[in-house]
Design a binder for this molecule. Structure first.
Ligand SMILES: Cc1cc2nc3c(=O)[nH]c(=O)nc-3n(C[C@H](O)[C@H](O)[C@H](O)COP(=O)(O)O)c2cc1C
Length: 334
């Protein structure tokens, strides 16, 4: 197994524990809907379906990026992909770097021939290898869009991480101009703020996944893998570095009125999803909550999806919102 695969296995094991999750009481808890005691609707009237990249989704959420599906990630991705296909929920792959560098099979389309599948590469790989690598990532899985992740903090904490972030924006711009599918730029838990969002939009990016603080902490995960005392001392103050997801939804939406936003980073249930939509996101995404079910079976992932859908449906009902359009103007209490 390669170093990248070993690292990915460590990530999965560490991400499963609650030690590397933000504590409860995060930014989603600071936003509340006005409870509507008179919904004047039946639960069966509620429609949570939506549209993502021109295709119908049964609900406005994405299975977030976790593994490219090589080695031990294959079982995880098979279960996620089969569930995505059956439930009409889009699925984001984790980084395809190892698969592309090592020429490994990527089987996601055998499990999910019709689902919306998002490819994934790190921004610094794109800077090094250019649009050709991005095209290979898309073609190898017939991706409906390519996700490019920005993870400068994670790279700093990784002992062998990439420390040269020059010219990354230009590499992203080249992808936005030359790829046949849309690109989505995301963080991995520290968030994309209004200045970065503006730079991305000016470079031609139309979709941003915020991946803010409040869920999985990559600083914490990478720190747990780093045994050097000196490195741990340097990294310690950065453990909570980042910007909260709900606050980013408001500030990025006001800085970039037309960009399509995906709210993520600490989304844990259907109520959180509804808050993302209400605060200006087109979609939401959850990664870590799908990890344990994905290790078990596709039935477990399907059950998780159905629970999230029902929580979202209840939230629309209790805010007197018949559909996602109505949810966007549901009353919130400050
Ligand atoms: C086990 C695991 C592996 C991940 N690998 C990737 C990855 O390869 N590429 C990526 O863009 N994000 C990756 N992420 C980050 C997630 O997509 C997401 O942005 C982040 O975990 C915050 O969302 P969450 O709080 O719902 O977990 C990974 C997350 C987890 C839990």
């Amino acid at each position: 197994m390669s170093d990248i695969s070993d690292r990915k296995d460590d990530h999965i094991q560490l991400a499963l524990t609650s030690d590397h999750q933000s504590l409860p009481g995060g930014s989603f808890d600071r936003v509340s809907f006005e409870h509507r005691g008179l919904p004047e609707l039946a639960l069966s009237d509620i429609d949570i379906s939506g549209d993502f990249l021109g295709k119908l989704t049964s609900a406005p959420f994405i299975i977030g990026a976790m593994t490219g599906g090589c080695d031990n990630g294959e079982r995880i991705n098979q279960h996620l992909a089969e569930a995505a296909e059956q439930c009409h929920i889009p699925m984001a792959l984790g980084s395809q770097r190892a698969a592309l560098e090592q020429g490994l099979a990527q089987k996601v389309r055998t499990w999910a021939p019709n689902a919306t599948i998002l490819g994934n590469l790190g921004a610094t790989q794109l800077r090094q290898s250019g649009v050709e690598l991005a095209k290979r990532a898309v073609d190898s899985v017939a991706a409906n869009a390519l996700v490019i992740h920005l993870n400068p903090l994670q790279e700093l904490i990784q002992p062998d991480g990439d420390r040269d972030w020059n010219d990354v924006l230009e590499a992203i711009q080249n992808c936005a101009n030359q790829l046949p599918v849309p690109i989505i730029v995301k963080e991995v838990g520290a968030g994309i703020g209004p200045i970065t969002a503006r730079q991305l939009v000016d470079a031609g990016v139309q979709w941003i996944e915020l991946a803010g603080r409040g869920g999985t902490s990559w600083a914490s995960i990478e720190l747990a893998r780093n045994s050097s005392s000196r490195a741990r001392q340097i990294a310690a103050p950065f453990i909570d570095w980042g910007m909260d997801t709900t606050e980013l939804l408001v500030s990025v939406r006001s800085a970039c009125a037309d960009v399509n936003l995906i709210g993520s980073g600490g989304v844990r249930n259907g109520v959180d999803m509804a808050k993302c939509i209400r605060l200006g996101a087109q979609m939401s995404a959850l990664a870590q909550p799908f990890l344990a079910p994905a290790l078990e079976s596709s039935a477990a992932v399907i059950e998780k999806i159905e629970i999230l859908q029902e929580q979202l449906r209840w939230t629309l009902f209790l805010t007197a919102s018949k559909n996602l359009g109505a949810l966007r103007s549901a009353a919130i209490v400050q």
